[in-house]
Structures are given as structure tokens and as C-alpha cells.
Design a protein around this ligand. Sequence first.
Ligand code: TMP
Length: 234
Amino acid sequence: MEKKEMLYEGKAKKVYKTDESELFIIEYKDDATAFNGEKKGTIVGKGVINNKMSALMFQILEEKGIPTHFVELLSDRESLVKSVKILPLEVIIRNITAGSFSKRYGVEEGIVLPFPTVEFSYKDDDLGDPLMNEYHALALELATKEQIETIKAYAFEINKIMKEFFLERNIKLVDFKLEFGVHKGEVILADEISPDTCRFWDRETNKKLDKDRFRRDLGDVEGAYQEIMKRLNI
Ligand code: TMP
């Protein structure tokens, strides 16, 4: 499958059309940004790791009955995926307090929540991806009620599968962000699952093994991505 016209260039990925309207090619970059693009940098090798890790996670999720956009790995940095129209909602699941949740509600990081929570942000860089509830998403016609119900059910199921998978590899799944798209009228999981989009803490030491090392200037950013790759055997 060959790359045709570039459809979209995001902060960490490029998306290309192919000969087939049902298929796109995603190319993962080493570029990293934080705080809505205010902070810019490079994480050497990140594109390869995020491509391979996303491929693995999508395959595992597919096996457990979650429909995803993933078709096949094409190279170190490229994957073939089903063409989707991304729903402009970032879906965030949290198991342990951290990040914007801790900041917004004035709670320290690291508190295990009594049950996982879900929240939505409006995927709009100009607005800084503002938090929004389901009524807002429905009123702005970003998704239908049925799509939102499907997304929530998938997101909690994905959390169960991923939490167990990472714990077996001595990693706590603190929180993560998902994006869904519509392919042939069906909602499917899209985008990526990587240390860019998840918070991973070492089970014993709570060492951060994700993009927070870049966001917060904690050092050893590449080392964290490599450690994840090692524990996932990819
Ligand atoms: P938050 O605590 O900053 O809201 O982040 C929640 C999760 O979402 C965390 O695992 C990192 C991920 N995330 C993204 O994937 N993209 C983003 O732009 C942001 C802000 C967070």
C-alpha cells in the first residue's frame, strides 16, 4: 500500500490517503509538544515506539472484541488503518488521581479512585481542548447519544483490559486518553495508545514512565519510552 496525498498533519502524527478510500496510512513522528503546543521538543525514537505499542494494544483490544482502526504495521513508523472521521471528543479514563484532575479538584496525585471515571474534552486546539459534559457534546452535535453510550462502554471495557495487561508488566495504568472515529457508520477506536496518551507509573517505585517526564522536565524521557518498550517486549 502506498502513501498518497497527506490528509492531515498533527503534532505527533501524519495521516495519508491511500489508493483505497477505506484505508489511511499513519506515520508517527518523534516530535513532542505539551500545553497545547506551547512546549516543543523531540523524543528520539518515540515515533517507532508509539507505532509499535499502538499496534500491539489495538491487536489485543480487537481480540477482546473492541473494534479499532488498526489493520497492519507497515514499517517502524507507519501503520495501515481503516479510514475514519474522528469524533472531536477526547475521552479520558482515570483510575488514579493525576494531572489536570488533581489540579482542577485540588487533590494530590496518586489517590486510587474508588471506581474509574470518564470525562470528555472538546478536541479543538484553538480552544485548548476544553472539558465538556455529554449534554454539551450532544447540544453541539459532536456525536449522537448512541455514539456517546457506545464510546463510554468501549472506554470502560478498554480500561479493564489495559489495567490488567499493564499490571502484569509491573505498570500502574493511572489514566489515558482515547479518540474514536466513524468508519462505515460504526464507531471504532482510533488514534493511538502510547506513553504520549497514557500515564504509566512503575508498580513498585511509582516512577513515571510516560510523557509527563517531558511535560514536567523530569529527565530520562527517552529512557522511560524505552523501558515501556522493554516491558511490552516490542
Ligand atoms: P490530563 O490529566 O492532563 O487531563 O491528562 C489525562 C490523560 O490524557 C493523560 O494520560 C495524558 C493524556 N493526554 C493526551 O493524550 N493528550 C493531551 O493533550 C493531554 C492534555 C492529555
